[in-house]
Design a protein around this ligand. Structure first.
Ligand code: NAD
Length: 495
C-alpha cells in the first residue's frame, strides 16, 4: 500500500481542550508511524504546561455542569455516542489497525465491544441508588448512604487497545457524572481522536471531555498537582502504576490502576487437548500477545505435555504474519520498537538460563514489509523460575510451557509468590466440576476463567489483585469507582 493512501485514511491529530481542537501546542510534536511499514501517519501535537492546566480548568467547569445533568440525560448522550461508534466502526477500525497493528477484524471487534461497554455504563447511571440504614439509637429520624460523582478525572491509557481502554474509563466516569481529561498513549492517538469525536457529536458538552497528549511524566505530574483533578485512573504497567499511586497519595488524590498481568493456564489431565489447542492458539497470539490478560505460562498435565508442546508450537509457527489491513493476516506487528527489543531480550535471557526455544524467538522480515516490527510467535519450554520471562510480563507473542504431575504442584507454580507478584487473569481446562471450583478459589487472580478465555465482558468487573492493581472497570463495579459515598443522618431539632 502506498504511504500516501495510509496518510489519507488517517485523521488529523489534535488535542481537544475546552471545546477547541488544537493542531499545534506548546509541548512540540511527535511523529506517529504505522508499525507494519514504518510509514509516517501524522504529526501529534503535544501539550505543554499551559494546555494541561487549561484542560484541567475546563474539566473543573465541565464538572459543575455535568454533575447536575440528570442521569437519564447522561445515559442518553452516552448511548448516542455508542451508536455513533457502531456506525463509524469500519473507519475507526482502519485507523486503529494503521497505528496499532492488529488485524482489521480484531480492530473492528474492539470498536464494537467498546460501544457495548459504554452502553452498559450508561445504563448503570440510572442505578446509582443510595440506601437507608436503621438508626441504632432512639431519636434519630434517618441514616442515609448517598453517592455522588467524585470530581474531574485524569485518565491515562496504554496503546494495546486504543479504543477499548479509553472507552472503559470514559463510559464509567461520564456515566457517574465526572468530567475527564483523557491522555491516551502517544503511539496510538488517532483512535482516541475518533472516539472523543463520537461522544462530542452525540451531545457531550465540550468542556466535559478534554483530550491531551504530551510527555507522559510531565502530563501526569501537572494533572495530579492541579487542584481541580480529584482522581487519576491509569491502565498501564506496574512500574508506572506504582509511581502514579505514590504521587497521588502525596497529593491526596484518588488513584486506581489497571496494571500488568502474567496469566497462567492449567491444562488438567482430564482436559480435551483438541479443544484446549483450538482456544489457546488464538487467545495467546491475538494482538500479537500485547494483552494484559494474555495467557503466558501453560502448565500442562504430564500426560498431555509433549503433545501440547508440539502441536501448540506447530500452530504458532503456521500463523500468517502481515499488515493488519490484509484480509489473511492472523498476527500483526508489535506496536513499537521498544517492544521488539524487549522481546528479544526475554528470549535471549531465557535461552541463557537453559530454556529451550521451541519455535520463534526472533524478529521476522515479512516480504514487502521489511521495516515492520514483526516478531515470530514464540514458544519456550523448560524456562526456570530464574529466567526473566518467569518474573516479568513479556507483553508479546511469547508463551512458556511446563509439565506438572499433581494439581497442588500446578496451583503452586501458577501462583508463584513472591517471585511473580501479578494477579490479573488465570485460566484452566478441566471437565471436572469439583476441580473447576477448587481452581476458582485457589488461583490468585482477579479473574479466573475455566474452559475458555473470555474474562473481558462489558457486564463483568475487570481487574486484578496483588501487583496487577486495584482498579475495577466495566460491570456495575466500574462506575462505582467514580463515586464518593457519603453518610447523611438526621435527627429532629428539639429545643
Ligand atoms: P505504560 O505504563 O508505559 O503506559 C501507560 C500509560 O501511562 C500511557 O498513557 C503512557 O503514556 C503513560 N506513562 C508512561 N510512562 C509514564 C510516566 N512515567 N508517568 C506518567 N505516565 C506515564 O504501559 P505501556 O507499556 O504503554 O502498556 C503496557 C502495560 O499496560 C502492560 O503492563 C499491560 O499489561 C498493561 N495493561 C493493563 C491492562 C489492564 O486492564 N489491567 C490493560 C491493558 C494494558
Amino acid at each position: 500500500m502506498h504511504p500516501q493512501d495510509l496518510a489519507d485514511a488517517y485523521p488529523p491529530l489534535a488535542l481537544h481542550i475546552g471545546g477547541a481542537w488544537l493542531h499545534a501546542a506548546s509541548g512540540g510534536q511527535r511523529e506517529v508511524h504505522d508499525p507494519a511499514t514504518g510509514a509516517l501517519l501524522g504529526h501529534l501535537p503535544l501539550a505543554g504546561t499551559t494546555e494541561l492546566n487549561a484542560a484541567a480548568d475546563a474539566a473543573a467547569l465541565g464538572f459543575e455542569r455535568w454533575r447536575h445533568t440528570l442521569p437519564l440525560q447522561r445515559c442518553d448522550i452516552l448511548r448516542r455516542g455508542a451508536a455513533l461508534m457502531r456506525e463509524r466502526a469500519p473507519a475507526m477500525a482502519r485507523v486503529l489497525t494503521l497505528e496499532q497493528g492488529k488485524p482489521l477484524a480484531e480492530a473492528e471487534r474492539e470498536v464494537r465491544l467498546s460501544a457495548d461497554i459504554i452502553d452498559v455504563q450508561a445504563e448503570e447511571a440510572r442505578r446509582v441508588h443510595g440506601h437507608t440504614v436503621p438508626p441504632r439509637l432512639p431519636g434519630i429520624l434517618m441514616h442515609e448512604v448517598r453517592h455522588r460523582p467524585l470530581g474531574p478525572v485524569a485518565a491515562l491509557t496504554a496503546w494495546n487497545f486504543p479504543v477499548n481502554l479509553p472507552a472503559r474509563k470514559l463510559g464509567a466516569a461520564l456515566a457517574a457524572g465526572c468530567s475527564v481529561v483523557l491522555k491516551p498513549a502517544e503511539e496510538t492517538p488517532g483512535s482516541a481522536v475518533l472516539l472523543v469525536q463520537c461522544l462530542l457529536d452525540a451531545g457531550l458538552p465540550d468542556d466535559v471531555l478534554s483530550l491531551v497528549f504530551g510527555e507522559p511524566a510531565h502530563v501526569s505530574r501537572t494533572l495530579i498537582d492541579h487542584p481541580a483533578i480529584a482522581k487519576v485512573s491509569l491502565t498501564g504497567s506496574v512500574a508506572v502504576g506504582r509511581e502514579l499511586a505514590e504521587h497521588c497519595a502525596r497529593a491526596g488524590k484518588r488513584f486506581s490502576g489497571e496494571l500488568g498481568g502474567h496469566a497462567p493456564v492449567i491444562v488438567c489431565d482430564d482436559a480435551d487437548l483438541d479443544t484446549v489447542l483450538k482456544l489457546s492458539v488464538p487467545a495467546k497470539f491475538r494482538n500479537a500477545g500485547q494483552v494484559c490478560a494474555s495467557p503466558i505460562r501453560f502448565f500442562v498435565a504430564r500426560r498431555h505435555h509433549a503433545g501440547f508442546l508440539e502441536r501448540f508450537a506447530a500452530a504458532a509457527s503456521r500463523l500468517k504474519l502481515g499488515h493488519g489491513l490484509q484480509a489473511d493476516t492472523q498476527m500483526g506487528p508489535l506496536t513499537h520498537a521498544r517492544r521488539l527489543a524487549d522481546m528479544q531480550h526475554f528470549v535471549d535471557d531465557a535461552r541463557a538460563h537453559g530454556a529451550r526455544i521451541v519455535t520463534g524467538g526472533h524478529r521476522v522480515a515479512v516480504p514487502g514489509l521489511e521495516h515492520g516490527l514483526f516478531f515470530a510467535p514464540t514458544v519456550v519450554a523448560d524456562a526456570p523460575l530464574s529466567a526473566r520471562v518467569m518474573r516479568q510480563e513479556p507483553f508479546g507473542p511469547l508463551a512458556t510451557v511446563h509439565a506438572f504431575d499433581t494439581l497442588d504442584e500446578a496451583i503452586a507454580a501458577a501462583n508463584t509468590l513472591p517471585e511473580l507478584p501479578y494477579g490479573l487473569a488465570a485460566y484452566a481446562f478441566t471437565r471436572d466440576l469439583e476441580t473447576a471450583h477448587r481452581l476458582g478459589d485457589a488461583l490468585e487472580a482477579g479473574m479466573v476463567a475455566i474452559n475458555h478465555y473470555g474474562v473481558s465482558q462489558p457486564e463483568l468487573p475487570f481487574g486484578g489483585i496483588r501487583a496487577s492493581g486495584d482498579g475495577l472497570e466495566m460491570g456495575a463495579e466500574g462506575l462505582r469507582t467514580y463515586l464518593d459515598t457519603r453518610t447523611f443522618t438526621l435527627a429532629p431539632h428539639r429545643a
